[in-house]
Design a protein around this ligand. Structure first.
Ligand SMILES: [Zn+2]
Length: 123
């Protein structure tokens, strides 16, 4: 994925992060946003360390969401963002617009949901 696209989705993810955990993570999110010197070094501050205390504060669903966003930010850093974790194909950008934390393309997602016997709650 091109750098400007990655930056676009990084901003989307940070927006969601602010929406769901902004009151708790304001400082961390500011630090993430401030590091605007290219995508590669921008997500050095992982939120994983604070996820444990988030689980207490936010409740399970919200903290899971924050963890998903954190994972997506890490994938941007690693250069694997936008690629399906199951089949390796590029995830449709319209899907990523709707669900920036998407780990799978629509096809694999439905296969996984059928295998699990339930639908993963979407954003
Ligand atoms: Zn796939």
């Amino acid at each position: 994925m091109q750098a400007d696209k990655l930056e676009h989705f990084r901003k989307l993810l940070l927006e969601q992060l602010r929406e769901h955990a902004g009151h708790i993570l304001a400082d961390q999110i500011d630090a993430l946003e401030a590091s605007d010197d290219g995508v590669k070094d921008s997500v050095d501050l992982s939120l994983m360390d604070v996820n444990k205390e988030l689980a207490f504060t936010l409740g399970e669903r919200e903290s899971q969401l924050v963890a998903d966003i954190d994972q997506a930010l890490l994938r941007i850093k690693e250069g694997t963002y936008g690629r399906c974790a199951r089949c390796g194909r590029d995830i449709d950008e319209r899907r990523l617009e709707a669900l920036p934390t998407a780990r799978y393309d629509a096809n694999c997602q439905s296969i996984i949901e059928q295998a699990n016997g339930f639908a993963t709650p979407s954003l």
